[in-house]
Ligand binder design. Structure first.
Ligand SMILES: O=P(O)(O)OC[C@H]1O[C@H](OP(=O)(O)OP(=O)(O)O)[C@H](O)[C@@H]1O
Ligand SMILES: O=c1[nH]c(=O)c2nc[nH]c2[nH]1
Ligand SMILES: [Mg+2]
Length: 166
């Protein structure tokens, strides 16, 4: 879903994102699965990848680079610009059972579907999830409604807020 159609705003600070991503890591460690590598979906997945790699002491990190083209009303075609690199070929060979796949959020599930097709056995985790994409995610922290736009700290800056009473 693209921003102009959304009615509710869910702004996230750096501190909150860090806290929520740590909470995601706790959830991931509750299971018995161990990961040898992280694959993050650029660009939004780069930030949770840093935080989770630090917490889980994972140093093998790769990207899947996807560009989505948005028009005014809805998300357009998505193009995979880069898949997993040759260094991860062995880990990807069985579908990625020892790979942790990360993104900042799942919305319509379009991006998730592409990466799940590429690594069907990887564990796919996001910090936030909207209902349409939620069934495609193995672990997430916070669900927001489909008509909510999540504002990430890297997209925002400090600005004047008009008084609520006008
Ligand atoms: O479930 P979907 O509807 O596919 O939406 C979720 C994707 O959209 C955002 O990325 P975006 O394509 O905006 O690119 P970015 O990560 O480079 O900001 C977000 O980071 C997810 O990757
Ligand atoms: O910053 C963003 N917030 C969102 O809610 C969203 N959904 C898809 N892509 C998104 N990007
Ligand atoms: Mg993204």
């Amino acid at each position: 879903m693209s921003e102009p159609n959304s009615q509710k705003a869910f702004p996230v600070s750096w501190e909150q994102f860090h806290r929520d991503t740590r909470a995601l890591t706790w959830r991931l460690t509750a299971g018995t699965r161990k990961y040898k590598a992280i694959v993050c979906i650029t660009r939004g997945g780069l930030v949770p990848a840093l935080i989770i790699a630090r917490e889980l002491n994972i140093r093998l990190i790769d990207t899947i680079c996807i560009a989505s083209y948005h028009d005014y009303k809805e998300q357009g075609a998505a193009q995979v610009m880069k898949g997993v690199g040759p260094e991860l070929a062995d880990l990807a060979a069985d579908g990625g059972s020892e790979i942790l796949l990360l993104d900042d959020l799942v919305d319509t599930g379009k991006t998730a579907r592409i990466v799940r097709d590429m690594l069907p056995k990887a564990h796919f985790a996001t910090v936030y999830a909207k209902p349409m994409g939620r069934p495609l995610v193995d672990t997430y922290v916070t669900e927001v409604s489909q008509d909510t736009w999540i504002y990430f700290p890297w997209d925002m800056g400090l600005s004047f807020q008009p008084p609520i009473a006008g």
